[in-house]
Write a protein that binds this ligand. Structure first.
Ligand code: NAP
Length: 266
């Protein structure tokens, strides 16, 4: 199936590793032109070596000025911007007992504020996307936000991350409404357990990582396995594409049934 993403300039935050990198690879395979914003210079370099024509911009998204400058750089280098994937985030274990008001605010800066900063800066370009009709009238800009199961289930000891991801789900609906006049669609993907560098680091911080992993796998209904980053990427590509032309304001759970299926299954 042709997703109709050919030539589209699509910005992916945190796209140098993990889920973001899988999205970037999938977009490149669809003929899109991914633009990666990430703070990991080495991972960005590796990505540029493996994907020709990817635009890599090193920046720390916690800095609002860096977000604005990165979007301007992206627009100038790609000649416009057709879509945004807000993917960057870190489950940083800022809880109530093991946290502080300052660290809570810092967690929101790491996980939430840059989503607004990026979309705010990108909006004029997103509104202009497709307006020339050069590839027909089918293309409209889109935004995909990567949330987390913690937004709806909680996790314990991660107030900042959960609050940020809950806000991202709310912003998905809010932006879907605000951007209706421009036919810019806004959707969220909600992953649960995906093996990435971030997840591995979290697992390795536990007393017995392999026992913990076995315990987690046992609770994933479909196949008793982790979700692959590529499975999140497939959903992202679909949601970004004109094939999802009547899908907006949705929260798509790509989690093997982790959040919604009957606990008695386990
Ligand atoms: P990952 O393996 O850490 O990859 C994320 C990339 O984003 C890393 O290169 C990271 O750099 C970068 N990044 C993070 N914060 C940044 C910032 N402020 N500025 C610039 N770059 C930044 O993470 P992942 O597991 O793929 O997670 C991607 C998204 O999915 C996150 O929003 C996460 O919350 C969400 N998610 C993941 C899972 C899961 O099971 N993995 C489950 C639910 C939701 P550093 O390495 O320097 O941090």
């Amino acid at each position: 199936m042709d997703l109709g993403l050919t030539g589209r300039a699509i910005l992916v935050t945190g796209g140098a590793k993990g889920i973001g990198a899988a999205i970037v690879r999938a977009l490149a395979a669809e003929g899109a032109r991914p633009i990666v914003l990430d703070r990991d210079a080495i991972a960005l370099r590796v990505m540029c070596e493996s994907i020709p024509d990817v635009i890599a911009i090193e920046c720390d998204l916690r800095d609002p000025t860096a977000c604005r400058d990165a979007v301007a750089d992206a627009v100038s280098r790609a000649g416009g911007l057709d879509a945004v994937v807000n993917n960057a985030g870190v489950n940083d274990s800022v809880g109530l007992e093991q946290g502080s008001p300052d660290r809570f605010r810092e967690s929101l800066r790491a996980n939430l504020f840059h989503c607004y900063d990026i979309v705010h800066a990108a909006l004029p370009s997103l509104k202009a996307s497709g307006a020339d009709g050069s590839e027909g009238d089918a293309w409209k800009a889109a935004i995909v936000n990567i949330a987390s199961k913690t937004a709806v289930t909680g996790q314990g000891n991660t107030s900042g991350y959960s609050a940020a991801k809950g806000a991202i789900l709310a912003l998905t609906r809010e932006w879907a409404v605000e951007l209706l006049p421009y036919a810019i669609r806004v959707n969220a993907i909600v992953p649960a357990e995906v093996m990435t560098p971030l997840y591995r680091a979290w697992l390795d911080a536990s007393a017995d990582p392999e026992a913990r992993l076995a315990q987690i796998l046992e609770r994933i209904p479909l196949g008793r396995r982790m979700t692959q980053p590529e499975e999140i990427a497939s959903m992202a590509c679909f949601l970004l594409s004109p094939r999802a032309g009547h899908v907006t304001g949705q929260h798509l759970f790509v989690d093997g049934g982790y959040v919604h299926l009957d606990r008695a299954l386990r």
